[in-house]
Ligand binder design. Structure first.
Ligand code: PLP
Length: 223
């Protein structure tokens, strides 16, 4: 997968260092995560549910950099200070709940605004037309820092069908002068990298049985 990310970077004339592979571990236990990911030098991990994350977080080494990629309920923000990045900020009310907790504990939450680019009714995320206003409101909150935008492309067999959504998110990100762009999953991460993703969230493809043998060079695996 690192080779494929590197090839996508080369096609887009981007530096490999601009792209972080975020391994989504939902549905896989701590032992499997250790064996398949941590032992290969992949230490940026994500969960989509706080409950499932808690168990794995306790079982895995503290060096893991945890991200949250799924919908967050306001009553769960207290657990979230450990996340290096929350990809799924989808309302002002959630931002206000994070602000209250951050103020109490002198913690600044780093977040991405989740955008429902394609306007799918069953998905979380803010409509593209509302992102600018939400961003302006969150900028008034000193304990919530918006680093960029995130989206989930509509499911499609052909990854090329995600390209327009990714390009739209990138344009939106550019108009806000933000840095981070979280887009691309198992089926379309290469297209996402070509379109400027700085974070790709890959789950199932990393746990497929043809993922290849572990390679290790002094504990650090080079892409
Ligand atoms: C599960 C999940 C992913 C990874 O999906 P795969 O198709 O398994 O790669 C990415 N983003 C979010 C928000 C997820 O819930």
């Amino acid at each position: 997968m690192r080779d494929r990310i590197a090839a996508a970077c080369a096609r887009a004339e981007r530096a490999l260092e601009e792209v972080t592979l975020v391994a989504v571990t939902k549905g896989h236990g701590a032992e499997e995560v250790e064996r398949r990911l941590l032992s290969r030098g992949q230490s940026v991990l994500a969960e989509n549910r706080v409950q499932e994350w808690r168990e794995k977080h306790e079982a895995l080494p503290s060096e893991v950099e945890w991200h949250l990629v799924g919908h967050l309920q306001r009553n769960k923000v207290k657990s979230c200070r450990t996340f290096a990045l929350i990809h799924s900020l989808d309302s002002l009310r959630l931002a206000q709940a994070l602000e209250a907790d951050g103020e109490k504990h002198e913690h600044v939450f780093r977040v991405l605004i989740q955008v429902n680019v394609a306007g799918e009714t069953a998905k979380y995320g803010v409509a593209s037309a509302q992102v600018g206003e939400l961003y302006e409101r969150i900028r008034e909150l000193p304990h919530v820092e918006v680093l960029g935008l995130m989206t989930i492309a509509p499911y499609a067999d052909d990854p090329e069908r995600s390209r327009g959504v990714f390009r739209a998110l990138r344009n939106l990100r550019d108009t806000l002068s933000l840095e981070a762009l979280s887009m691309g999953m198992s089926g379309d991460y290469e297209v996402a990298v070509e379109e400027g993703a700085t974070l790709v969230r890959v789950g199932s493809a990393l746990f497929a049985d043809d993922a290849g043998p572990a390679r290790s060079e002094g504990g650090i695996v080079r892409p």
